[in-house]
Design a protein. Structure first.
Length: 487
């Protein structure tokens, strides 16, 4: 904040009944005249504030005054203390966003907040973080929410109380509230959304509707069906994507019916050109015209149907195993076009067998790794071609969880980084360190001793950044008593 704003905020926090700052202006008589003409202390303060602002604007700033430190009369929240409190101060003072994100993730399950004296700097940081601003601002607690009203740059960090008034709370606060409510009581979350979603903008309707993906259940179908008529294409697409995942839904049944009529199995797949989807499918979002000139419309209908049904449902109709069906797709002339829709089916319905088979293809979508159990994800990362290593690093860097990597995978990462040290930057090494097990410090130390005299720029880059990784591991060790499984 600018100095004059800081002075005004401090005075506002104290209240004019406790103190009335006497600003000293370039015109020595102005302060006195303002005091004499003010109707009361509050009016005088407002006049002084306006004059201070005008002097600042015309290049004659007011003098700095020693205003007593602000006090906050109210609940300050559950403040982080000990090593966590110290590291939070370090992260804020040094603008270390990677450490701050880790510490905020640790603090969130217990609703811990920073000490009041750190709140202004924290809000300055949070205001610059775009989609993550609410995540960081939550660390400021009730003190931060109160202070936001005094600084325009912080105004978009005010969340309101979604439990008291859902419709006037910020979108970030509403998302968090709905996510928590969906976890505790899925029906209550749906009913709240049902009452309020129509008043939102298209962008916010899409964000809020996406929350329904967690704990999706048959009771959600009726509400989601209404969203198929929304004016926004994005909202309709989200509703469509959720409805196909509800077992026994009307939409799922329409896709099954079309699949059963349009695909037969003898020695190979027989795709029947003459069969048309029910018009209700087009009304629900199936596209009528192929997006590629070389792809007939009926193939496009079948491709969309594949993405909308689980591999088990697709295979059951043909009385074959899902793995056998996937091999059949490889034999047809349109197998290249179908691949993205087969992949989407595996992603939509988290089908592990198809995900493994597709990942073995040279053009397999790496996002399929997310379908696999955690332990197997790390195994697949290690099996991928070296050309995928930068993609792996980027995926790991962007993750927002802090589960420890298995020892074997951690060693694989270090070896791969040793061979390709520029696969990430200094921030990447530092961020990866928060997921590294302590045991890896021995390997880091060994590299350090072996390459102590290294002169090659890439070797020096690698060694220097291993120091960043080790720093992150040490921060995590200092907070090992926290339950990391919750973040």
């Amino acid at each position: 904040m600018q100095p004059y704003i800081e002075q005004l905020v401090n005075a506002a926090l104290l209240g004019t009944d406790k103190i009335l700052p006497e600003y000293s202006f370039a015109d020595a008589s102005l302060g006195q005249r303002l005091s004499e003409t003010g109707a009361d202390r509050e009016d005088t303060f407002l006049r002084q504030a306006a004059a201070a602002f005008l002097y600042e604007e015309v290049g004659q700033p007011t003098q700095q005054l020693a205003v007593p430190e602000q006090t906050y009369q109210g609940d300050t929240g559950n403040q982080a203390s000990g090593k966590l409190g110290q590291l939070l101060e370090t992260a804020i003072r040094t603008d270390d966003l990677i450490l701050l994100h880790y510490l905020a993730s640790l603090s969130r399950p217990q609703n811990l907040v920073v000490a009041p004296h750190l709140v202004p700097d924290l809000l300055d940081i949070a205001a610059k973080q775009g989609p993550k601003k609410a995540f960081f601002a939550a660390l400021s607690g009730p003190v931060g929410q109160w202070m936001c009203q005094f600084e325009p740059a912080w105004s978009n960090l005010m969340t309101g109380d979604p439990e008291e008034d859902f419709e006037t709370a910020s979108i970030a606060a509403r998302v968090t509230h709905l996510e928590n409510l969906r976890q505790r009581d899925p029906n209550a979350a749906r009913l709240l959304l049902e009452k309020t979603i129509a008043a939102e903008t298209a962008e916010k309707r899409a964000v809020l509707l996406n929350i329904m993906a967690k704990h999706l259940q048959p009771d959600d179908e009726a509400f989601l069906e209404t969203q198929l008529k929304d004016k926004s294409i994005k909202v309709r697409q989200i509703a469509h994507g959720l409805l196909i995942k509800i077992p026994g839904s009307r939409l799922s049944g329409l896709y099954k019916s079309y699949w059963q009529k349009a695909v037969k199995m003898s020695n190979s797949l027989d795709l029947i050109r003459e069969e048309m989807p029910d018009n209700a499918l087009f009304e629900a979002g199936m596209e009528k015209v192929s997006s590629q000139k070389s792809i007939p419309d009926y193939i496009y209908y079948l491709a969309q149907t594949i993405a909308a049904l689980s591999p088990d449902d697709l295979a059951q109709h043909l009385q074959i195993k899902p793995a056998a069906l996937l091999r059949q797709f490889d034999k047809i002339i349109y197998h290249g076009f179908f691949q993205q829709y087969v992949t989407q089916s595996a992603l939509n319905f988290r089908h592990i067998e198809w995900a493994k088979m597709l990942l073995k293809k040279s053009n397999g979508n790496i996002d399929l790794i997310d379908v696999l159990p955690k332990a197997e994800q790390f195994e697949f990362y290690q099996k991928l071609n070296k050309s995928h290593f930068v993609t792996i690093i980027n995926r790991l860097y962007q993750q927002e969880t802090y589960e420890l990597f298995p020892e074997e995978f951690a060693q694989f990462l270090l070896t791969s980084l040793r061979n390709a040290p520029y696969s990430t930057d200094t921030k990447g090494y530092y961020r990866l360190g928060f997921n590294m097990p302590e045991s890896i410090l021995t390997t880091i130390d060994t590299y350090g001793r072996k390459m102590e005299e290294a002169k090659n720029p890439s070797d020096r880059f690698f060694i220097n950044n291993l120091g960043e990784m080790a720093k992150a591991i040490e921060f995590r060790r200092q907070l090992s008593h926290f339950n990391h499984s919750q973040i």
